[in-house]
Design a protein around this ligand. Structure first.
Ligand SMILES: [Zn+2]
Length: 268
C-alpha cells in the first residue's frame, strides 16, 4: 500500500499532464480542418473566424510545446529517482520499463506516438515497480541473520544463506511483500511450511518455517495481506521467518529490496 502511495503522487501528476496534452493535441487536430473551408471564403465573417482559429492554433501549438517540455522534465525526474532507489537490487531497469503500453491498462487515451518517450517509459516503470517485493514481510521484526555466506547453524560449515532470518513473536502474521499469485503452499523439506509467491515473470518471494499457512496455490494476493504465521517448522532452531527474494531463479539480498522500498516511500 505504501508503495502504491509512493508511486501514486508522481503518477497523478504525469496523468494530469497527459490529460492536458490530450486536450491540446485534440484542439490542434480540430483546427487542422480549417484550411479546407478557407478555399471559398464567401464573407468577411467567415474570414474573421478563420483568423481566430489560426491564432488559437498558434497558441495551442505553443502550449503543446511547453506541456511536452514539462512532461519530459517531470517524467525524467521520476525515472531517475526510481533508478536510484532500485540500484542496490541489481534489477534491470530497462526490462522493468519494457512492459505493456500504458493505454492498455487504463488511464487517459492518447496515441503512443504523440507522447514524449520519457513519459511512456515512466508509465511502464511505475506499473512494474508496484509489483516488486520491496515491502517488509512482518510488521515488526529484528534481523537475526543476513543474506550471503555464513556458518551453518546445524553443521557449523560455511554455506550460502539464500535469504534473511527475521525474528518476531511466534504466530506473528507473515505478510505478502508485493501483489502476486501463490505458486507453492505446503511442506518443503528443510523450509518446513513454505509459501512461494510469483509477483512478475521471474520475480518470486519465499516465506519459510511457517507455523500455519493461510493461502492456497493459484490464489491472488495483495501486498501486505497475511499469508500465514511465523513458526519454526522444518530445519529451524527457533521461531523465525526465513524470507527469500528470487530473481530469474537466483536468490537476491532481500534487505536491498526492503531498502529500495523505504527510499520509494520517502518520495511521497
Ligand atoms: Zn534463513
Amino acid at each position: 500500500m505504501a508503495l502504491r502511495k509512493a508511486t501514486g503522487r508522481g503518477g497523478r501528476l504525469v496523468t494530469a499532464l497527459m490529460a492536458g496534452w490530450g486536450v491540446v493535441a485534440t484542439l490542434g487536430w480540430l483546427g487542422s480542418g480549417a484550411s479546407e473551408a478557407e478555399a471559398s471564403p464567401s464573407c468577411a465573417g467567415l474570414r474573421r473566424e478563420l483568423d481566430d482559429v489560426r491564432s488559437a492554433l498558434t497558441r495551442s501549438e505553443a502550449l503543446l510545446k511547453t506541456l511536452g517540455q514539462k512532461l519530459r522534465r517531470v517524467a525524467s525526474g521520476h525515472i531517475r529517482a526510481v533508478e536510484t532507489a532500485l540500484a542496490g537490487t541489481g534489477l534491470d531497469i530497462d526490462r522493468l520499463a519494457g512492459g505493456t503500453a500504458p493505454g492498455a491498462a487504463g488511464g487517459p487515451f492518447i496515441a503512443d506516438g504523440s507522447l514524449p518517450s520519457e513519459v511512456l517509459r515512466w508509465e511502464r516503470l511505475r506499473r512494474s515497480v508496484r509489483s516488486l517485493p520491496v515491502a517488509a514481510p512482518l510488521a515488526d521484526y529484528e534481523i537475526a541473520s543476513g543474506f550471503g555466506h555464513r556458518i551453518d547453524p546445524f553443521n557449523r560449515r560455511r554455506a550460502l544463506h539464500s535469504g534473511i532470518d527475521l525474528m518476531a513473536p511466534l504466530k506473528a502474521p507473515v505478510l505478502a511483500t508485493a501483489p502476486g499469485r501463490v505458486v507453492y503452499a505446503g511442506r518443503n523439506g528443510g523450509y518446513g511450511r513454505m509459501v512461494e509467491i510469483e509477483h512478475a515473470p521471474g520475480i518470486r518471494t519465499r516465506y519459510a518455517h511457517l507455523a500455519t499457512i493461510r493461502v492456497r496455490v493459484g490464489q491472488r494476493i495483495a501486498v501486505g495481506k497475511p499469508i500465514g504465521t511465523l513458526g519454526s517448522s522444518g530445519r529451524s532452531t527457533a521461531p523465525h521467518l526465513h524470507y527469500e527474494v528470487v530473481v530469474d531463479g537466483l536468490p537476491r539480498d532481500p534487505e536491498r529490496f526492503m531498502a529500495a522500498g523505504r527510499m520509494l516511500v520517502r518520495r511521497r
